[in-house]
Design a binder for this molecule. Sequence first.
Ligand code: SAM
Length: 262
Amino acid sequence: MTIAEALGAADLEAREARLLLAEASGFSQASVIAFPERTLSREAEERFLSFAARRRRGEPVAYIVGHKEFYGLELAVTPAVLIPRPETELLVELSLQAEFSSAVDLGTGSGALALALKRHRPGARVVAVEASAAALAVARRNAVKHGLEVEFRHGRWFEPLAAERVDLLISNPPYIALGDPHLAGLGHEPAQALEAGPDGLEHLRRLVAGAARHLNPGGRLLLEHGLGQDAEVRGLMQVAGLRGVRTWPDLAGIPRVTGGKA
Ligand SMILES: C[S@@+](CC[C@H](N)C(=O)[O-])C[C@H]1O[C@@H](n2cnc3c(N)ncnc32)[C@H](O)[C@@H]1O
């Protein structure tokens, strides 16, 4: 089968079909475009057709190929972790706007946020907390892959920190309300990474409530949240006594990250 025939047989959106074909064959995406007459090996053809069938059944591309790029880092991903989203890069950008010598990423998943912070602030101590042991194993693998020394801790939110205080707390917690129709389209990703009680605020509430006990004076809390949750998260932070509370929009203009200072 040639590249052109395989792409035609895939019955997928052209960009995705090319990406999966490149992954299955080892060819670059540029050569998949440039040399459609090239014949695929039997092995590459079978691998591609199996990838295409999985994609047609709705499996996300990142799980099929086993990796996803986040803030310039190629991260391994498995169905144990949320696939890092481009909008979450805003949390990294905001974190890097100020100095910090210690930071904690709560609910690290693939390790995306903690590893991006460590890459750009190699002198800072970066801790990553995660409740899922399977997710933590993926995050550790990513740290080894990139040679980044992050301290990983297994446990629920602030529990593994005991009485420790840091300069920066960041989290992209689960924030989708149970019964939200968006959950139906995210069925391949772990429910533990997505679901957040009847109003979607269960984890955001816990994180805001515990933050002041773990921030140094002047330290910052930055939390990602969903569309329409910004006013409530600002209110929670103000009630918790944080100062300078404000929200930043993502590239799509959606209010995405809210933060304040201790
Ligand atoms: C939305 S995902 C974010 C993953 C990663 N930080 C990212 O941005 O791609 C939320 C993560 O929080 C973890 N999590 C959920 N409840 C938790 C808890 N109580 N304590 C610690 N981590 C938790 C989930 O397992 C999941 O990995």
